[in-house]
Design a binder for this molecule. Structure first.
Ligand code: FSX
Ligand code: SF4
Ligand code: F3S
Length: 356
């Protein structure tokens, strides 16, 4: 049976050409492509059949899926969960038992070489992998079976990418990221605990429309989303630059949005798009809710506790800026916005001083 293209799927659901084109604009950006590519995206979205996705879960907390299904992003929920064929998902499928497991085998055989494999969770290796099992098999077995015929493999979340909390010291289950177990195939890493749902949509649609992976960095992360530090897009950044730091979680500075660096914020050492995209249609992210970034997109971040202290290995306050300048990630726009924001913040600081 012929599979629908994105355009055909939109038509079947009674959606307008206008909303299809709007979706293509958003997808172009999510895929890390320039606007010059828009016509090619539209053309591919009109013609290319949408892919089958197999989504499996290993050693994890399911927070990644929670993030995904609660993203409230029409692109994430519509494109990935509704429009494309999500043939098998440990968490979201209503089916269970032997027929469900047989469906996995049937899907792997039927779409051999043509499906996208999305993986959440680490691989438990100790005691032959018995610490993480489903359907009578270890997760290691299921992963290797599904990885063999996959056209693309995506590690969604820090656990799948690097081992995450399951691999935290002393790592009693011998957990590790999935890239060690897929026969040398490229794994696209989408770290974060949980990660940002839109990144997943971008990767899936890039493979679907162009048959290739999006531009990746040296750690196989989509460049589009992991090119900047949290610190570079943080709305508290003007306070950092002005040397205005919250000293405790409930002091006046903390409430007024001052920088959380002294409370352990790992924003200067962490690459992700949380400050730009946020969750729940851009409503919030950790720093906005008053919690320092704990570096949840970094390798072995659970071993870097306590999260509320600056670790000596990251240097002193002045060093945080050198990291960014060295990498050339500050943009002119960022600097301009920073200058304006600094003036506003200085006025706020004056107000705060008056209140005290
Ligand atoms: Fe890990 Fe995800 Fe953190 Fe949880 O699937 S990245 S523990 S949010 O659920 O794997
Ligand atoms: Fe934002 Fe943290 Fe950087 Fe402060 S240290 S500006 S809170 S990312
Ligand atoms: Fe994680 Fe830091 Fe973003 S804790 S969610 S990388 S702000």
């Amino acid at each position: 049976m012929k599979r629908d293209s994105l355009w055909e799927a939109y038509l079947k659901r009674g959606m307008s050409r206008r909303s299809f084109l709007k979706g293509c604009v958003a997808l172009t950006s999510l895929m890390g492509l320039s606007t010059d590519m828009l016509s090619k995206v539209v053309e591919a979205a009109e013609k290319k059949p949408l892919p089958v996705v197999i989504w499996i879960h290993g050693h994890e907390c399911t927070g990644c899926d929670e993030s995904f299904i609660r993203s409230a992003s029409p692109l994430a929920s519509d494109v990935v969960l509704t429009t494309i064929a999500l043939e098998y998902d440990h968490l979201l499928s209503a089916a269970c038992g032997e027929p469900f497991e047989k469906h996995l085998d049937d899907t792997i055989n039927k779409y051999n070489g043509n499906y996208i494999l999305a993986v959440e969770g680490a691989v438990a290796t100790k005691e032959s992998g018995i610490h993480c099992m489903s359907g009578g098999h270890t997760f290691l077995h299921t992963l290797q079976k599904a990885a063999k015929g996959a056209a693309a493999i995506i590690a969604y979340g820090s656990c799948a990418a690097y081992g995450g909390i399951q691999a935290a010291k002393p790592n009693p289950t011998g957990s590790a990221g999935i890239s060690h177990f897929v026969g040398g195939k490229t794994v696209v890493n989408v770290p974060g605990c949980p990660p940002i749902p839109e990144v997943m949509t971008g990767v899936v649609m890039h493979v679907a429309l162009f048959g290739t992976l999006p531009p990746l960095d040296g750690d196989n992360r989509p460049k589009q989303f992991y090119g900047n530090r949290i610190h570079d897009t943080c709305y508290r950044r003007p306070f950092f630059d002005a040397g205005m730091f919250a000293e405790t979680f409930d002091d006046a500075g903390s409430k007024a949005g001052w920088c959380l660096y002294k409370l352990g914020c790992r924003g200067p050492e962490t690459y992700n798009s949380c400050g730009n995209l946020r969750w729940w249609q851009g409503m919030s992210y950790p720093i906005q809710s008053g919690a320092p970034c704990i570096g949840c997109s970094n390798k072995n971040f659970w071993d870097e506790a306590p999260f509320t202290d600056r670790l000596p290995k990251y240097g002193k306050i002045g060093d945080a800026d050198k990291i960014g300048v060295g990498l050339g990630v500050l943009t002119a726009a960022g600097v301009g916005a920073h200058a304006v924001a600094s003036i506003i913040q200085r006025n706020k600081r004056d107000d705060l001083t008056k209140e005290e």
